[in-house]
Design a protein around this ligand. Sequence first.
Ligand code: ATP
Length: 341
Amino acid sequence: MARYDISLIRGDGIGPEQTATAKKILETINDNSQTKFDIHEVESGDSALAKFGKALPESALDIIKKSQACLKGPVGETAADVIIVLRRMFDLYANVRPAKSYPNIPNISSNVDLVTVRENTEDVYLGWEFNTDENTVVALRVTSEHASRRIAEYAFKIAMMRNNKLRVVAVHKSNVLRKGDGLFSAVCRSVAKNYPKIQYSELYVDAASMNLIRNPEEFDVIVTTNLFGDILSDEAAQVVGGLGMGPAANIGDQFALFEPVHGAAFDIAGKNAANPSSILLSAKMMLEWLSDKYDDKNLMVEARRIEDSIVSMLRQDKKTKDIGGKLSTTEFAALVAKEMY
Ligand code: ATP
């Protein structure tokens, strides 16, 4: 029997409602399979700042460090103080954001199955902005050979694992950012040579954002830099029906953290109206990652079960309000849990 320690960051806004549904699904697996999760709830974000004076208190960090993976609800105003710190601390260099068409959800195309692999450690996210005088600011955009190579390697590895269209497209703007994106694209090209089975191409970010609307089904794996990845993955989420269906993973060599693509959505917080699919599909990605890391095939079965149950509900047109249904957060999650076994 395999046991896994999972840290669960409740977050803010719709975070606590969403993480409660994820906890329910993991407990359903506990009750019905050989796999057991010990779930350790963690307070961080705006609520932790108000209570402890720190968005990411030491006590929270201790729990996260001891866990094998972390599932995180969206955080509000203090999002950067939580996620950017955790990404740096655990060197979570790959941000992986799938966008997939699901049944009965209004979308631009019903045949999309792509994943954005976004470099997660550099670019403008280092926050190096300086005033050169009172009215002018310079922001540094950092690109290194090391970070470009490991994100490119990761993207090709994912394309092989997906065994889908076997395509990787590197998205950049090397006609303007000649040095930085010139380096990024040259590294992607050199990594591509080691993967003869993969069809490799490149697109400028403007063309990529247009093609994501025009023919999104053409894409398989998109590898790109940090800021472009942030924007393109939100666009891709919208192409398949909105943020409520969007999971994400932050992957490092030793640790990984899983979270919805969206933010804390304060406008619907506390109303039992959030779509829990984004966090449930993040939990599914967590099980897949643990399965790969600990060579536990049963976890892959449980991961599939989560997604299949969501798809089954959608096929029956049982869905939350954001995607045209009537169900509340808890009603939808309860149906998914019931459908699993
Ligand atoms: P941030 O700047 O932190 O990304 P934001 O307020 O700009 O946050 P989000 O919170 O990501 O944007 O979401 C934008 C809108 O999408 C929300 O206001 C909400 O109406 C809707 N939304 C996001 N996530 C969900 C969800 N899981 N279920 C239903 N609606 C959602």
